[in-house]
Design a protein around this ligand. Structure first.
Ligand SMILES: Nc1ncnc2c1ncn2[C@@H]1O[C@H](COP(=O)(O)OP(=O)(O)OP(=O)(O)O)[C@@H](O)[C@H]1O
Ligand SMILES: [Mg+2]
Length: 416
């Protein structure tokens, strides 16, 4: 008896889920590899981009490259709790680095048993997290001095036992890191100061920070020298060719029961705007619906991208949209009417557009206030030049679809 062919859905829409085929990103990968060639380290990396553009999965692919080039790798997500205080961020770094040195023996203790002729048992003292933390605590000075000293100890221990090029410290979600003047805690500045100082001394620690577009302006606001300390790689949408690869390569296998027509591929590219998360989402849904229709007896299943795009609206955008107030929606609908809304826009442009579109238009100070609120809730962000952008890809398209459905809140201007 023939068992049914099992070909699991290969697409992986999700946060940090490696895609079945990582399309494009060759330039960014080369940029990272070039940073590993530096001696001494002068330039670190900021990898930034909108939600779902592929920062986390790209960072994951950098790790084996670093290891192959003789580097060690440490790091994780920077949670908000790591950013609460200088000690927290220091402890975070020590905890991440400690596995790299946990086998390094720094001393031996002797324990003699009682009695004549008893042999001494030798116990190795290893440079584990506890010892690093003790070193940190016992070093005189400020948190920055303590952390520097602990990292110097880590490097000296690593370099004494193995032949390595250096240590990459990679932190995802680094936009969570902030200084807190109100509590006199400056964890972000601490991290930057420590790395700058170690690199000046020639220690090969390379810092790789990944995060939303708010990250780099935040670094520069904390320490202006960071402009020269980092190379900024901004991930954007995939080119049409790369999008096509992301869609087709995972199913280009003989036993795959689902095929996408060239027209469907073009539709997916268009609806996704080349944004990786949207490509994974649309492909996964189409793949499943196709198989479901076939299981239901359809001989020629037909799935349109427009059908699954609706689901994307419900799953991805609606949650964010439901959290904004009616007046903010009205405001965002005005922004979505700007021809440059997918790029960047200014306060003045919104004011002018609202005058043309609404009976009750927005003043400049009101626009500033609402933008600040929307930035807090992660829908827009302000760039270094004082202009704003949507923090979520293709938000403008979604808002226009919502308006066209008649559920929108933007009313045409009534004359008279
Ligand atoms: N180059 C690529 N080719 C194909 N799919 C990709 C690519 N990059 C990312 N993806 C897919 O896109 C989705 C989002 O990726 P990822 O979580 O890395 O984005 P992110 O930028 O870290 O998002 P966030 O800002 O929310 O953390 C995942 O489902 C991933 O598999
Ligand atoms: Mg991520």
């Amino acid at each position: 008896m023939n068992s049914p062919i099992i070909f699991p859905n290969p697409f992986r829409p999700g946060a940090g889920h490696p895609p079945p085929y990582l399309a494009g990103r060759e330039t960014e990968t080369k940029e990272f590899s070039a940073l590993l060639e530096q001696d001494p380290i002068l330039t670190n990396l900021v990898l930034t981009g909108l939600r779902g553009v592929g920062k986390t999965v790209l960072l994951e692919t950098f790790k084996p490259i670093a290891l192959q080039s003789g580097w060690l790798w440490a790091g994780t997500d920077l949670s908000e709790s790591a950013s609460v205080s200088e000690d927290n961020v220091a402890i975070r770094l020590l905890a991440d680095l400690s596995p790299l040195v946990a086998n390094v023996v720094v001393a031996e203790t002797e324990e003699r048993s009682m009695g004549f002729g008893a042999k001494a048992a030798k116990e190795s003292v290893r440079l584990d997290f506890e010892l690093l933390r003790q070193h940190f605590a016992a070093t005189p000075g400020l948190a920055a001095d303590k952390l520097k000293s602990a990292l110097e100890l880590v490097w000296a221990s690593v370099a004494a036992t193995t032949k390595v090029q250096g240590i990459v410290l990679a932190y995802d979600e680094a936009q969570n890191l902030s200084d807190h003047a109100e509590t006199y805690q400056y964890p972000l500045s601490l991290l930057l100061d420590v790395f700058q100082s170690l690199q000046k001394k020639g220690l090969p620690f390379l810092l790789v920070l990944t995060g939303l577009p708010t990250l780099f302006p935040k670094l520069v606001a904390a320490r202006t020298y960071t402009e020269r300390m980092f190379h900024v790689t901004t991930l954007g949408r995939l080119s049409n060719g790369d999008s096509r690869d992301a869609i087709l390569k995972p199913i280009q296998q003989q036993k795959c029961p689902v095929h996408f027509t060239p027209a469907a591929v073009e539709d997916i590219i268009q609806h996704s705007g080349g944004y990786p998360y949207f490509i994974q989402f649309l492909c996964r849904e189409i793949f499943d619906s196709y198989l479901q229709q076939r299981a239901g007896g359809a001989t020629k299943p037909s799935v349109t991208v427009a059908q699954v795009a609706r689901k994307l609206d419900g799953d991805f955008f609606a949650g964010r949209w439901n959290r904004v107030t009616d007046r903010q929606r009205e405001f965002l609908a005005v922004v979505a009417q700007l021809p440059n809304c997918d790029d960047e826009f200014t306060v003045q442009e919104i004011v002018e557009r609202s005058r043309a579109a609404l009976t009750k238009s927005f003043s400049a100070s009101h626009v500033n206030q609402i933008l600040a609120k929307l930035a807090e809730s992660g829908l827009v962000y302000k760039n270094r030049h004082g202009r704003y952008s949507f923090a979520v890809p293709l938000l403008g398209d979604f808002i226009r679809r919502d308006q066209a459905d008649g559920q929108g809140t933007l009313r045409p201007k009534i004359s008279g």
